[in-house]
Design a protein around this ligand. Sequence first.
Ligand code: LMR
Length: 328
Amino acid sequence: MLKTFLASMVIAASAFVPAHAQQPIVIKFSHVVAENTPKGQAALKFKELAEKKLPGKVQVQVFPSSQLFGDAKELEALLLGDVQLIAPSLSKFDRYTKKIQVFDLPFLFDDVEAVDRFQASPQGQSLLATMKGKGLLGLAYWHNGMKELSTNKDKLQRPEDVKGLKFRIQSSDVLEAQFRAVGANPQKMAFSEVYQALQTGVVDGQENTWSNIYSQKYHEVQKTIAATNHGVIDYMVVTNAKWWEGLPADVRKGLSEAMAEATRFGNDVANDLNERDRKRIIEAGKAKVVVLSKDDIAAWRKAMEPVWKKFEGEIGKELIQAAQKSNL
Ligand code: LMR
């Protein structure tokens, strides 16, 4: 009787011990992509470095491929404390801040190097803290790469080729406007549902990086992929601000260092992984890969141009100009 009473007291008491007072601190890192992608590799590197720098103090558990939480739930899970790190694509934050929508403006960045320069600029860095009031703290930007378009049609060269087609998009109003600008029908959908939607014809096409297209096998259920490079898919690694600030100072320092190193590592390999997967898609020979001429690209750019004006108010002219300046 006494034993049962004491045991229940221990359980009750431990329920009030903050997570970081327990050793090791368990850090759950949830993401939606495959391990063999830029984000998947950077997350594993972060685990390796954090556990090496803080032996016995932290344990990092990485959950890829929406195993723990998918797009629809991961931000809420972070705020509830069910997970401590996530790295959503920059297109998935518009419920929390309108500023980050800048990254979705079509044809804003010439390449990932330009995106990198903007992220490193004072304006880019300030965006990391822009959701703090909502409980989210950005720790780093991670690269994936430029987006390509794919459809289940034979012809994909000019904007008129996608008229009337249904496209899966990430949950971003800018991306919705982008597809409407070319006369297509966008449909917001979680990443984990895209393959099946393409396979069954629920949607005709999608936009993504080479590494996501290859690792999700979209090239097996699409006929044509056009190398449009019309936008970027990059990530912000975010944590729960309250949890982060409650960590012991030495742990926060070690995790910050591990994050900085994992960021350098991931950003260094991102280009190579996308290039590797572009070649693999061509070698697989299932979808046709179309290279567009300068004239074709100019037509896409022109058709998507109205999107900039539509979101200029929400994003802010100065931020857009700062991003534009990162193109050399
Ligand atoms: C998508 O939802 O298409 C991608 O952004 C997924 C990811 O995290 O790369």
